[in-house]
Write a new protein. Structure first.
Length: 160
């Protein structure tokens, strides 16, 4: 998952696969269950001297509901783009960071050994609600009445 980012963008490379949730340590705290994976696709783009990485992610996550602490499924579909800034090059102002379709995007420093996992994980984190909750939490399981338990029946037998 490590790429030479500028070269990858200039060559319009693509890389896709599955991102295992268990490998995403920062995301781990928010997950009810860390099994499963998300589909991802990274593709390089360039426009003149500007280079970009387009990031796509989709799949389902099991978050923890902040109210009932139960599992809460969230389906995400992320499409994002980051601009690569060559080391030593001036960092553009926020307003100048343009995507290919004039959509503002984040910028990162280009690296010959760019690890895609933290970059993709960041996109997943940005797509999550701040405080995930069910719209309607399921009511807690019905408590079995004491009378119905075998011990209660036994106690009654002893009393007679
Ligand atoms: Zn809930």
């Amino acid at each position: 998952m490590v790429i030479d980012s500028l070269e990858f963008a200039r060559q319009h490379g693509t890389l896709s696969g599955r991102l295992q949730l268990a490998n995403l340590s920062r995301l781990g705290d928010m997950l009810f269950e860390a099994s499963g994976s998300l589909n991802f696709e990274v593709s390089g783009e360039s426009a003149g001297r500007e280079t970009f990485l387009a990031l796509k992610l989709d799949g389902a996550l099991q978050l923890t509901c902040q109210r009932c602490l139960g599992a809460l499924e969230l389906v995400i579909s992320v499409c994002s783009r980051v601009m690569l800034i060559e080391p030593g090059m001036p960092w553009p102002d926020d307003g100048q960071i343009g995507g290919l379709e004039d959509v503002a995007c984040d910028a990162i420093e280009a690296s010959r050994e760019l690890d895609l996992v933290p970059l993709l994980e960041e996109e997943v984190l940005l797509a999550l609600p701040i405080s995930p909750r069910h719209e309607c939490c399921e009511s807690p399981p019905v408590v079995v009445s004491k009378e119905a338990s075998p011990f209660a029946q036994l106690a009654r037998l002893k009393r007679t």
